[in-house]
Design a protein around this ligand. Structure first.
Ligand SMILES: [Zn+2]
Length: 459
């Protein structure tokens, strides 16, 4: 039995009552929150006591879409200023050179960046397995770093010779994909509260996967009760691809292959119409909104306000580090708020006198990054600071130059320049403490990662 006591912080609970507790604290036992409340009402001692006077404590952020391996190919000149399809065709051959150690190292890098930005649960979508790489490589990386991982077993089965986008050298046979998916579920998937590893089945996208693999993956996932994830409606050229190849727009195609339900969440979902939003709402599909990536690749702006008005759960994702080119989830919260306001501006906000037309607030953006993310991953044990939930949280010291003069402590961390966390705690264990990583040597990781990144481009 181990206990941890946090005292004298400003606590943003993100509970159903949106409770905020000045001079609040947390009492943690064996990885779970036992009490959340004013410091004066909590036990006075624990195995470890941390006074967080002057800090804001928030529920750990939940990342709902990423490709860890892409930290190896950030800001490659030929892919810096391209749209999605050209960006992908530039990078596929480079990614094809990765080995298992590259997958492990890049996953550690991405997870470290995420942890430093306040993330405690990360979903990752690995859909390339070159040179003997396996999803196991990134699971091992996450276990060492100490973050919770929704490991998505991605796949590509539709190569160029079959009319797909990726070269044939990076696609696999459907039989081997399904067998490996089943192996991973049996080996790693933990359905219990407090799980550190869960498996997700995640064929990559309409333009890199056959319809048959989509259907078979959905069947297999539902046998085991694991979630399904894919890219959808990211760009207009994907929409054209779907119309030409499948005779459906992307969302219609998902209905066709039985990919709707509360066990499905889609990355991006930018190019959708009102009827398609209603389809998501009716079937409880989730959306991973990736604002930075959508801006970086000039993909568009997802209709987040419309999704939320329709009752669709929306979480945030940093997306792959080659389309961002960072993994700072708190920065994503900020960009979600800002880009939603850009969309308002483009649709007549300044001319509107409608008092019900509201801009996305800092707290709403934080809701997307916490409760929203937990909901689309199907996890009820994370996303808020409430008794019984996982002890996953991060703390930011507000005594920083960038937060001077801020009159709202919660809004400060979203309206202000994104900063790194001072403390990140997952399941009651420190991953970041006093702005330093506790689980790996950051300097050594940087060196190893840069060496691997250089080798990929030299090959
Ligand atoms: Zn992606």
């Amino acid at each position: 039995m181990t206990t941890l006591l946090i005292t004298h912080a400003y606590i943003l609970t993100m509970d159903d009552h949106q409770r905020e507790i000045p001079d609040g604290g947390l009492f943690v036992r064996d990885g779970f929150l036992e009490q959340v409340g004013p410091t004066g009402e909590l036990p006075s001692t624990a195995d470890e006591v941390l006074d967080l006077t002057g800090h804001l404590v928030l529920p750990g952020l939940v990342n709902t879409h990423h490709h860890f391996y892409q930290t190896l190919t950030r800001a490659i000149p030929a892919a810096q200023d391209a749209n999605l399809f050209n960006w992908l065709t530039t990078l596929y051959p480079i990614w094809a050179r990765m080995n298992p150690d590259d997958i492990f190292t890049s996953a550690q890098t991405a997870l470290v960046e995420l942890a430093l930005s306040g993330c405690t649960t990360a979903s990752d979508h690995l859909y390339l397995f070159p040179n003997g790489s396996k999803l196991d490589d990134e699971i091992a990386a996450a276990q060492e770093i100490g973050l919770r991982l929704q490991a998505s077993r991605g796949s590509m089965s539709l190569g160029q010779s079959q009319g797909g986008l990726p070269p044939d050298s990076v696609v696999d046979s459907e039989d081997s994909i399904l067998k490996d998916s089943q192996r991973l579920i049996q080996k790693y998937h933990d359905p219990n509260p407090g799980a550190f590893v869960q498996i997700v089945l995640a064929p990559c996208s309409p333009f890199s996967v056959t319809s048959d693999l989509m259907k078979q993956s959905a069947k297999l996932a539902r046998v085991y009760g694991v979630h399904l994830h894919t890219h959808l409606a990211e760009t207009e050229d994907e929409e054209q691809f779907c119309l030409q190849r499948f005779g459906h727009r992307p969302v219609g195609y998902m209905q066709e292959v039985d990919w709707v339900g509360n066990d499905v969440w889609f990355a991006h979902a930018v190019w959708v119409n009102q009827e398609e939003i209603a389809v998501f709402a009716k079937h409880n599909c989730g959306v991973a909104h990736c604002p930075t990536s959508n801006m970086r690749l000039a993909s568009g702006i997802a209709p987040v306000k419309e999704y939320r008005a329709a009752g669709v759960n929306v979480g945030l994702g940093v997306d792959g580090s080659a389309s961002n080119d960072g993994s700072h989830l708190l920065a994503e919260v900020r960009n979600a708020m800002l880009v939603s306001r850009v969309k308002e501006g483009l649709t007549g906000y300044s001319l509107s006198n409608d008092p019900d037309r509201k801009l996305m607030t800092a707290r709403e953006a934080l809701h997307l990054g916490t409760r929203g993310g937990a909901a689309i991953l199907g996890r009820t044990d994370i996303g808020s600071l409430e008794p019984g939930k996982c002890a996953d949280f991060f703390a930011i010291d507000l005594n920083r130059i960038g937060f001077t003069g801020m009159h709202d402590l919660v809004a400060a961390v979203v309206f202000g320049q994104p900063v790194n966390a001072d403390y990140t705690v997952v399941g009651g264990k420190f991953v970041v403490k006093e702005r330093q990583l506790c689980t790996v040597d950051e300097g050594r990781l940087i060196e190893k990662h840069n060496k691997a990144a250089r080798r990929l481009l030299e090959a």
